[in-house]
Design a protein around this ligand. Structure first.
Ligand code: MTE
Ligand code: MO
Length: 220
């Protein structure tokens, strides 16, 4: 199935008609009101568990073909060039991902003391079963608490109390899902998929907290 948007570029994605699609929706509303323009008004394809980039907004038409189409968006943006020169294409599944939303790049901590580290985790393969947090750039990890209810293919909020001693800290989260998949470290992902896989990046994301309280992007 080719889903096509009504934006000026007529965004097109190839969507396989597999069993994974049995909870797919053509969404015309959200939270009791019509879809908002930025969410794809009047109609959006929603394929829970698959990456957001498949979920075509401002849906204009669906058409059915015998084989996937190598559309412009498919090949120019969502195909990944692997280190061996081959391309990884038509990747759909949202692999487990998480990130710390506080503290995060651009924020500033007022001073040493108690804070709540919090963030979001999600996976297309079912439920999030565990989120670990590091305060020292990945040398050691501790379990965060997951907010209930933990639902399939949905955001799961995690929390961890933290007493900041006012010294440098490098903070990140790492999610595990019910399939046993563990969110990879950035370097592990780059080693396997190279540096041209940005659209599908689900690696661990580090924030650096400096002694003056500023928080910056550690991977920049
Ligand atoms: N029609 C159309 N749909 C689209 C896109 C687009 O450019 N045009 N971008 C896709 C990509 S790359 C992403 S990441 C998500 C973003 O969805 P959001 O705006 O709800 O976060 O929409 C997807 N659907
Ligand atoms: Mo995107």
């Amino acid at each position: 199935m080719i889903a096509e948007g009504a934006d000026a570029c007529r965004m097109q994605r190839s969507v396989p008609l597999t069993q994974d699609l049995d909870d797919a929706l053509l969404a015309y509303g959200q939270n009791g009101e019509p879809l908002r323009p930025e969410q794809g008004f009047p109609l959006r394809l929603l394929t829970p568990g698959w990456e957001g980039n498949v979920q075509v907004k401002w849906l204009r038409r669906l058409f059915f073909t015998a084989a996937p189409h190598y559309t412009r968006d498919e090949t120019s943006r969502y195909s990944d060039l692997m280190p061996d020169g081959k391309a990884r294409i038509f990747t759909l599944m949202q692999e487990a991902k998480s990130l710390v939303t506080f503290p995060s790049g651009g924020r500033r901590l007022a001073g040493a003391g108690w804070y709540e580290i919090t963030g979001l985790a999600w996976t297309g393969r079912g439920r999030i079963t565990r989120v670990e947090v590091t305060l020292d750039g990945g040398n050691s990890w501790q379990d965060a608490r997951l907010d209930e209810p933990v639902l399939r293919k949905a955001f799961t909020r995690f929390r961890l109390p933290w007493r900041w001693d006012g010294k440098d800290a490098v903070i990140a989260s790492r999610a595990t899902d019910e399939s046993g998949y563990v969110q990879p470290m950035r370097e592990q992902l780059i080693a396997v998929r190279g540096r041209n896989s940005g659209s599908h990046f689900n690696g661990v994301k580090m924030w650096r907290v400096q002694a003056d309280g500023s928080v910056t992007n550690e991977d920049a």
